[in-house]
Unconditional design. Sequence first.
Length: 271
Amino acid sequence: MTENNIISQNNVSHLNLSSDYIIRAREIIKASEPRYAFVETFGCQQNEADSEKLAGMAEAMGYIIVSEPEKADLIMVNTCAIREHAEKRALSIIGQYKHLKAKNPDLIVGVGGCMTAQKYRMEQLKFSYPYVDFVFGTSSIDRVPEFVFNALMKKKRQFAQDNDEESKRSIVEGLPVRRESSYKAWVSIMYGCNNFCSYCIVPYVRGRERSRDINSILSEIDELVRDGYRDITLLGQNVNSYGKEFENIDISVLLERICNEIEGDYRIRFM
């Protein structure tokens, strides 16, 4: 069995587990009054793209997405750690949700993103914010349906901090996405960074570089163009490093294949 086959099987198993929890959570939610979800996002475009997945999974579970946390039965906060101010602001917002939880004991509060990759922040959320139901790292986003289902079942609080092994997991393809725009889309092509610059926290909170399979990227962009998206931005902590794990594939090959294989009138950006 080749390495690519192993990665493919891991992708499928993680996606199947996520899909299973989506179905189980949806059965609970359908049996109740309409439930609403709110996603709060801090930080970069990669966080915005991740939040679209959080909203997509919430919608797949049967939640209705709302723009005000006061209306929500599920709140998920996607945090940033690039500056201390962003962390303090996120903690302040999370602190305000204590009052919403007091009014609605069934409210589920989850916190993810780069801030949670730091052990001391994970401990802070665990002990100083007891009303937070689950906390997850950037490499565990596909496990959110599992965390929500367990919270619906009133199980104990859950804390999934990324570690070296977690950040090496294959990228899970096929998670539902709820895009904010009808013509502009983010497409992540890789995650993490190997540079370890002295001033930068990204390798510690996003993990080592992991590139998406080129065919998965092409398939996603093709579907977007067919759906009418005209402005597509390729995302990555360091897009120039795309494809280093693969043979004869890099960012130039990806761009060439997008232009040659995907028909339509659209613009490709990258940052």
